[in-house]
Design a protein around this ligand. Structure first.
Ligand code: AAT
Length: 283
């Protein structure tokens, strides 16, 4: 067996045994590698970092999508930034009430290779008539988008290195605020509280968003293949509070079967461990 290894910190590595590397290509933006493994099924990495695998993708894609819809069941227009594997779009498109989804992914090759090797996330997404796919930089897209044009923005991005860096800036979060309508919600990549480098990125993102949105919280979930397995999304909003405004009955009425998310877990996910709260509150 061969081993894929990711450096989680200076002194900690995570490895997955794989049977076969099925694709390796340098796109204009990043190095893309697809592998086949027993434990996690097919998975792919960007610049050597785990993005998606068949075994735990449901955790991530449930958690990036459903908390916003349970807080505002009237969401109709959604902007996805990144998300090239299609998994986030797949979950959003399960809501028949959604009228329009714009997905802005910088690297078309990630989507094309996911269509070929990861149908679990990418199949059917492009064919949905509500989808508009744009292959461009997410920051450039929001800079040119009209005021108040979306109900929800989901930032399904890589970490704040290389092409993903612009999606962790104050300028980007400000543009998100502007293009969201008065009940708008922003869900963004919020990294991990555990290893120092990731925790620093978590803290910086929270500080920036807190200065822009009146409601800015963070929620957690268990993602076995991301560094430390303890991962976070940010929930920022112009008006709606993820706990006070949750609409349990309305969400149940959608009748969606989910494998990770439920509305009890929604409430629990916003209850953060003390070390995470202290880290987020530190200036
Ligand atoms: N659904 C979980 C998969 C991802 S992949 C993140 C995607 O963001 C990649 O396809 C990448 O090409 C895209 N991306 C990066 N920067 C930009 C940008 N500036 N504009 C648009 N798309 C971008 C998330 C994995 C999270 C990993 C956490 N460790």
């Amino acid at each position: 067996m061969k081993w894929y290894t990711e450096q989680w910190s200076d002194n900690c590595k995570f490895s997955i045994g794989y049977n076969e590397e099925i694709h390796s290509e340098q796109s204009p933006f990043q190095k893309i590698d697809f592998y086949k493994s027993e434990e996690f099924g097919t998975f792919f990495t960007l610049d050597g970092l785990m993005m998606v695998n068949e075994k735990d993708e449901f955790v991530y894609h449930d958690m990036i999508t459903h908390p916003a819809f349970a807080t505002n069941p009237d969401i109709k227009k959604v902007l996805i930034i990144g998300g090239g594997d299609g998994g986030t779009a797949r979950e959003v498109l399960r809501y028949e009430s959604v009228e329009k989804v714009v997905m802005v992914e910088i690297d078309e090759l990630v989507f094309r290779l996911s269509q070929k090797y990861l149908p679990i996330t990418a199949a059917g997404v492009e064919e949905d008539p509500r989808m508009e796919m744009i292959f461009d930089d997410g920051l450039a897209y929001v800079q040119n988008a009209a005021d108040q044009s979306f109900d929800l923005i989901l930032v399904d991005s890589t970490d704040p290195i290389s092409v993903g860096e612009g999606l962790f800036t104050t300028a980007f979060y400000k543009e998100c605020y502007r293009v969201l309508n008065e009940k708008g919600i922003l869900i963004n990549q919020h990294e991990s509280p555990y290893f120092a480098e990731y925790a620093e990125n978590m803290r910086k993102a929270h500080k920036k968003i807190k200065g822009i949105f009146p409601i800015a919280s963070v929620y957690q979930f268990h993602m076995p293949t991301y560094p430390s397995g303890h991962w976070l999304f940010g929930f920022a909003s112009k008006a709606l509070h993820p706990i006070k405004d949750i609409q349990v009955d309305a969400w149940d009425k959608f009748g969606l079967k989910t494998k990770y998310y439920n509305t009890d877990l929604h409430v629990g996910a916003f209850a953060l461990p003390t070390f995470v709260k202290e880290s987020l509150d530190r200036d």
